[in-house]
Design a binder for this molecule. Structure first.
Ligand SMILES: Cc1cc2nc3c(=O)[nH]c(=O)nc-3n(C[C@H](O)[C@H](O)[C@H](O)COP(=O)(O)O)c2cc1C
Length: 169
């Protein structure tokens, strides 16, 4: 297991191949989300798997980048009471995306301008509101995280340098 390599090589992908994701991979992705730690182990999330084509098309219209959803082989909305507990959701979504990466499946988080509209498309009831929509799919071009070391992936990442983000006191 080289989790650092997985973390360092993971990028968000927005174009997906027209290829279905097998059910065992889907279950692993969902289970990775389920296993995430959360504050006081509240597990405040509901994972809404959007399979219906019409629903997907309506969902695509409700996020910032429609193509992400339309092309995706797997779409999962994460909802919580009042759309809160963002830290918990962040842990669950990163677990899901890294588990997918491990299976050669790429992914991207999607925000939305109007949570109520997206919540309606997802059929959410009560106080549940969407926090993020995750899209997954097989890549259109070859994906080989092992082609470089974690350090190389890290060096070329479009990220602020450590010296800028770390404060030692
Ligand atoms: C909370 C959140 C919301 C995001 N919303 C969108 C989005 O609506 N559309 C999109 O294409 N990417 C979205 N992203 C992906 C970011 O643009 C991406 O994580 C960032 O640019 C780094 O990309 P990279 O890992 O490929 O370098 C979102 C990411 C996060 C964490």
């Amino acid at each position: 297991m080289d989790t650092y390599l997985a973390v360092a090589s993971k990028r968000d992908w927005r174009r997906y191949a027209d290829r279905p994701i097998p059910e065992d991979v889907v279950i692993r992705i969902l289970d990775a989300g389920r296993l995430a730690g959360s504050g006081s182990n509240r597990q405040p999330w509901t994972f809404v798997l959007v399979a219906d084509r019409q629903r997907k098309e309506r969902l695509a219209e409700s996020v910032y980048v429609a193509g992400n959803v339309l092309e995706a082989g797997l779409v999962i909305g994460i909802a919580t009471p009042e759309g809160g507990r963002a830290l918990d959701v962040g842990r669950a979504m990163q677990n899901m995306m890294l588990a997918a990466w491990n299976d050669g499946v790429v992914s991207c988080p999607n925000g939305m301008p109007d949570r109520a509209q997206t919540g309606e498309v997802l059929g959410l009831e009560g106080d549940l509101q969407p926090v993020i929509i995750l899209t997954f799919g097989y890549p259109r071009r070859p994906l080989d995280p092992g082609s470089r070391s974690a350090e190389e992936w890290s060096r070329e990442a479009n990220r602020r340098p450590l010296e800028e983000v770390v404060k030692r006191i």
